[in-house]
Design a protein around this ligand. Structure first.
Ligand code: NDP
Length: 292
């Protein structure tokens, strides 16, 4: 292996320990314990797992969590009432509505009802808009994109003036990561399903962020030697050699790519753990601001 491994697990553990210290300090100074409300609608097993992981991480950091498990057929008005109530509660500093919501619900409207002060997921349209504007600061940045940038910072990867390629343009990952990279003075190319000659575009990347959701799509010979590769993708593939018969892989062909890249994140153990760490950090930030 020639690439340096970016150990997201270790970096996330460090951030989580810092958040726990921050929570202790906030409680002793102000008596305020940060609280995160998790709003989960329906029975999507993956969403249930994510929410459980977030609640467990909250508990470990000393953050109170308030879980709202709601039926899949909840009416729009009833969900809106719950969000409005959470906006008013003094013991709730962050509100997380687990996405995706069932199709009959107006996701955009729900997200825009969350108080800007409590938008720890960073998906309020105003926070996204501020992210895109020069000279404006979003109150919160979504956890996965923020985690990607934190990994680059922790590894001391210079961004200003570099060619960064972002593979994917979703609201949740690709687009906000691209905006964050522009704010850090990278020259950013955003690729998507209609991009022509993807390998050629990716070969120009000093920094590649892959967030496409296609198992091992990015091949080693698409990479510039020494490129920094952040793999956001989480894809399950069959693997009869494992107990469960499957395993997680990223969007990058890791085994081959690590011989070409300068630095690379593994999947699992790269971006994944950062997402939760950044959510905890955002919740502590929200509580600190509201306590002051
Ligand atoms: P989306 O499906 O919302 O977006 C995928 C993007 O990839 C789209 O912009 C799409 O283009 C583009 N794309 C799809 N196929 C191709 C292709 N063949 N060539 C080029 N571009 C393509 O996914 P998300 O952004 O939500 O997630 C991306 C990955 O990141 C997933 O594997 C997901 O599981 C993972 N993820 C991981 C997280 C973590 O904590 N580690 C958190 C969030 C996501 P177009 O816009 O044209 O359709």
């Amino acid at each position: 292996m020639t690439a340096q491994l970016i150990d997201g697990k270790a970096i996330a553990a460090k951030i989580r320990a810092q958040v726990a210290e921050g929570v202790t300090a906030l409680v002793s100074k102000t008596g305020v314990r940060p609280g995160l409300a998790t709003v989960l609608v329906g029975d999507n097993p993956a969403s249930h797992t994510y929410v459980r992981m977030k609640q467990k991480a909250c508990a470990e950091a000393g953050i109170e969590s308030f879980g709202f498990d709601l039926p899949a057929d909840i009416a729009q008005e009833d969900l809106e009432i719950i969000v409005r109530d959470l906006n008013q509660r003094v013991d709730v500093h962050g509100i997380l509505v687990q996405l995706p919501l069932p199709a009959h619900l107006d996701e955009q409207r729900i997200l825009s009802l969350i108080s800007l002060d409590k938008d720890v997921d960073g998906f309020h349209p105003i926070n996204i808009g501020r992210l895109a504007m020069k000279g404006r600061e979003p109150g919160f940045v979504a956890a996965t994109p923020a985690g990607v940038i934190r990994l680059l910072d922790e590894m001391k990867v210079p961004l200003a003036g570099t060619n960064a390629v972002v593979l994917g343009r979703s609201n949740i990952v690709g687009m906000p990561v691209s905006l964050l990279l522009v704010r850090r003075d990278a020259t950013v190319t955003i690729c998507h399903s209609r991009t022509h000659d993807l390998p050629e575009v990716i070969r120009r990347a000093d920094v590649l962020i892959a967030a496409v959701g296609r198992a091992q799509m990015v091949k080693a010979d698409w990479l510039k030697r020494g490129a920094v590769v952040i793999d956001v993708g989480t894809n399950r593939i069959d693997d009869p050699s494992t107990k469960s018969g499957s395993r997680m892989v990223g969007d990058v062909d890791f085994e081959a790519a690590k011989e070409v890249a300068g630095m690379i994140t593994p999947v699992p153990g790269g971006v994944g753990p950062m997402t939760i760490a950044m959510l905890l950090e955002n919740t502590l930030t929200a509580a600190t601001r509201l306590a002051n």
